[in-house]
Design a binder for this molecule. Structure first.
Ligand SMILES: [Ca+2]
Ligand SMILES: [Ca+2]
Length: 428
């Protein structure tokens, strides 16, 4: 009966959170929502041990983002091969803030060994990592409010069946990578956007057992906020930061490299200024790993395609990772901001093709400027709209209610056809 009550509680919480905040959909994912009520037997055992210890029922708190989306976090914190569990929850007697309970398994029985109160009502994200070289494990819990407006992280160190707070900071985003090259992760924190003054990037690294004094880097003071943040790591172990932020109403990117002491802007001392080069009005055009190789690219809008009748709709765009390929974009092509997609064009077409409308309002084409030959027709239709054409169109992408069809002509090579058909990235 108690188990049933627990299951119903879990279900109710999921339903409540689900309806209270649409964002939860992104955080939990359909699979978790479907699976959550069917707790595994070890999850049920942990929950029963916790509620028995507390003497009251609890409401589980699901992390809203990140790779750990369960309120029961199984992890071997002390490295003995047996998982411990951190439970994120609230209860009537404990008030509104999230509480964390550390549960350890002793001879097959779950035991409450440590509990503490978090500093807000919800959990934004949880990470497990090793920041020190002594083999200890750290848990980073980012607390937030229901609407995700305030974010504050705490780094807990597991020791002797407790979680000790080692560091805390307000953040808009954070990430982990080994910048200093000692084989352990460093923590990089982006300051809260509401903080006065320039956007700041804090690097927290360890001397082995304890944290060094955090190293703070201020962004170009034109940035008023950070809206996207990514860490790229190359196979030689080098990591760098790529971010988007607002400069007035425009979006711009920045690339920061670690120089052995602190983060410096990519291109410092040269005429390459990434925020200036990437300044753009197209706010759907954010940094992204355009070719899915784990390294984030910055979009650079070259110019508007003025031959298309709708103004401020289509642009020539090149995506650069800067650090690996300094002068050569990873991909180049066309962004259609009306429908929200990027169409990669073969590299050999760069600067040699023009875009033209056709008499059909749903269609446009690409022409080789030198020979005058048409290379590609692009047609966009709503779902259910019939494709009536004597050209051989292939459906290359679906964006919401629209489908994008491409018809490369006989003037394109087989390799160019493959690039085109597989070259659409949905941006929205
Ligand atoms: Ca363990
Ligand atoms: Ca990439």
């Amino acid at each position: 009966m108690r188990r049933l009550a627990l299951l119903i509680t879990v279900l109710l919480i999921i339903t409540l959170t689900f309806t209270a905040c649409g964002d939860m959909l992104l955080g939990v994912g359909t699979e978790d929502l479907l699976q959550a009520p069917q707790l595994s037997s070890s999850q049920r055992d942990v929950l029963k041990a916790l509620t028995d210890y507390l003497g009251e029922s609890i409401q589980l708190k699901y992390p809203r983002h990140g790779s750990f989306l369960s309120p029961l976090l199984f992890w071997d914190l002390n490295g003995d091969g047996v998982e411990e569990v951190i439970v994120l929850y609230t209860s009537t007697s404990l008030g509104k803030n999230v509480n964390i309970a550390l549960m350890e398994n002793e001879e097959g029985k779950w035991k409450f060994t440590f509990g503490t109160e978090g500093i807000n009502t919800d959990v934004e994200r949880v990470e497990f990592t090793q920041l020190h070289r002594d083999g200890s494990t750290q848990v980073i819990i980012g607390y937030t409010s229901l609407n995700l407006s305030d974010k504050y992280l705490e780094v807990y160190n597991y020791r002797d069946s407790t979680l000790q707070k080692q560091y805390e900071q307000a953040y808009s985003d954070y990430g982990l990578a080994d910048f200093t090259g000692d084989g352990k992760n460093d923590l990089v924190v982006v300051s809260l956007n509401s903080q006065p003054g320039p956007v700041q990037i804090t690097l927290l690294s360890s001397n082995g057992q304890a944290f060094e004094q955090p190293v703070v880097t201020s962004l170009d003071n034109r940035f008023t906020s950070c809206s996207q943040f990514a860490i790229s790591s190359y196979r030689n172990g080098k990591s760098w930061i790529v971010l988007d932020g607002y400069i007035g109403a425009f979006l711009a990117s920045e690339v920061l490299e670690y120089n052995g002491k602190l983060f410096v802007k990519y291109g410092l001392g040269t005429d390459v200024n990434v925020p200036t080069l990437s300044l753009r009005s197209q706010t759907d055009l954010t940094i992204r790993d355009i070719d899915n190789n784990g390294i984030t690219e910055v979009p650079v809008v070259t110019e508007e395609i003025e031959s298309i009748i709708d103004t401020e709709r289509m642009y020539w765009v090149s995506w650069y990772d800067y650090v690996i390929n300094q002068n050569r974009p990873t991909q180049s092509g066309i962004v259609d901001t009306y429908y929200g997609y990027f169409l990669r064009l073969p590299d050999s077409w760069k600067g040699k093709v023009s875009i033209e409308p056709t008499p059909d309002v749903h269609e446009w084409l690409i022409r080789d400027i030198q020979t005058g030959s048409v290379l590609l027709f692009v047609r966009i239709l709503a779902q259910g709209e019939e494709l009536t054409s004597n050209r051989t169109y292939t459906q290359a992408a679906t964006i919401g209610n629209y489908r994008i069809f491409l018809a490369p002509t006989e003037k394109t090579t087989a390799a160019e056809k493959r690039t085109l058909i597989g070259g659409i990235t949905i941006l929205i």
